[in-house]
Design a protein around this ligand. Structure first.
Ligand code: 5AD
Ligand code: FES
Length: 352
């Protein structure tokens, strides 16, 4: 007869060994009580503080284009959404965002956008070079989707340091449920392994509670991440957008997102793990809760206020109003309220 371990024992095992058998992950994801989730969270916090102390790293997010050639069913800026108000920042505007961010203490800039063909490899290279020239001590993170390996190499050589490309789901069938036929999980994974090989600090990740997601899918995500060994992992709740084929689908759960953040911290003690904007959108204190569950990064918006509402991947996104022009001050208070402290350095990954 199989002897079932208690959740408390599973949490201890995960903390000691950084991994559980699939059935252990399943049990945690399906049966944790509120009190046990607090235990899991405390274990994750302990590991996070052992590795990073109370430091929270900040990344200035520059959403520089919402034009996208892809048609992911969950995403508000998918190409078929003709209600999206499209924009593209000029290279000078992007540089201006970085300048403003530098003044506010940011030492990492994340250039994120849809897969917009106007930004050829060469144009992005010029942008990377101009930011690096003015701010040589800052890190540049790219988040511009699937491109040719030679583009990735070119940008790395131009000075880009990191690359975010969420895998979205590691399960083939679920990937098909979330994306049209012209996208492929195989290609996405190839991009991730190529980026890692080129020398980027790489971030993968997934949405929690995306339509059709099962607990088995999540377990596959955890094992995929274990294989990839990324430097950063971005997860946040799926949030429905009315102008997509998934309009009316249920949002992901706060509790499950927090559980997964803690599991990831215990699996990957040194990983850079953001408390995401989507988490802050799902719950007014979602990011604080994320930090207390093991996250150690926040990514405030540096995009010009005039375009913030337009980069609408999901509904009711926070930090898009006039009042939030300088999110950093608000976040500083929020991070302190969670018992942590924003630090103004590059915050490089300690994963090797
Ligand atoms: N809800 C939550 N996250 C979303 N993303 C895209 N659309 C949504 C949505 N509706 C996430 C994807 C993508 C990242 C930039 O934003 O995981 O990789
Ligand atoms: Fe943006 Fe609070 S962090 S308004």
């Amino acid at each position: 007869m199989e002897i079932k371990m208690k959740n408390t024992e599973l949490i201890y095992q995960l903390k000691e060994e950084n991994i559980l058998p699939p059935e252990g992950f399943r049990q945690l994801l399906e049966t944790l009580t509120e009190g046990e989730r607090e235990e899991l969270s405390a274990a994750a916090r302990e590991v996070r503080e052992r590795e990073y102390g109370k430091a929270v790293y900040i990344r200035g997010l520059i959403e520089f284009t919402n034009i996208c050639r892809n048609d992911c069913y969950y995403c508000g800026i998918r190409k078929s959404n003709d209600r999206a108000d499209r924009y593209r920042l000029t290279p000078e505007e992007i540089l201006e965002c970085a300048r403003e961010g530098y003044g506010l203490g940011f030492r990492t800039f994340v250039l994120q956008g849809g897969e917009d063909g106007w930004f050829t490899a060469e144009r992005l290279e010029q942008i990377i070079r101009s930011i690096k020239k003015e701010f040589p001590e800052c890190a540049i993170t790219l988040s511009v989707g699937e491109r040719d390996r030679e583009d990735y190499v070119r940008w790395f050589e131009a000075g880009a340091d990191r690359y975010l490309l969420r895998h979205e789901t590691a399960n083939e069938e679920h990937y098909r449920h979330l994306h049209p036929a012209d996208m492929s999980l195989k290609h996405r994974k190839e991009c991730l392994y190529a980026l890692r090989e080129i020398g980027y600090q790489v971030g993968a990740g997934f949405m929690v509670g995306s339509p059709g997601q099962t607990v088995d899918n999540l377990i596959e995500d955890l094992y995929f991440l274990r294989d990839l060994r990324p430097h950063m992992i971005g997860i946040g709740p799926y949030l429905s957008h009315p102008d997509t084929p998934f309009a009316g689908e249920k949002d992901g759960s706060l509790e499950r997102t927090l559980t997964l953040l803690s599991i990831l911290r215990l699996m990957f003690p040194k990983v850079l793990l953001p408390a995401t904007t989507a988490l802050g959108t799902l719950d007014p204190t979602g990011r604080e809760k994320g930090l207390m569950a093991g996250a150690n990064v926040v990514m405030p918006n540096l995009s010009p206020v005039s375009v913030r509402k337009k980069y609408e991947l999901y509904s009711n996104k926070i930090c898009t109003g006039e009042e939030s022009a300088q999110c950093i001050h608000c976040l500083d208070i929020r991070v302190k309220s969670a018992g942590y402290e924003i630090v103004s350095d590059r915050g490089d990954s300690r994963v090797n």
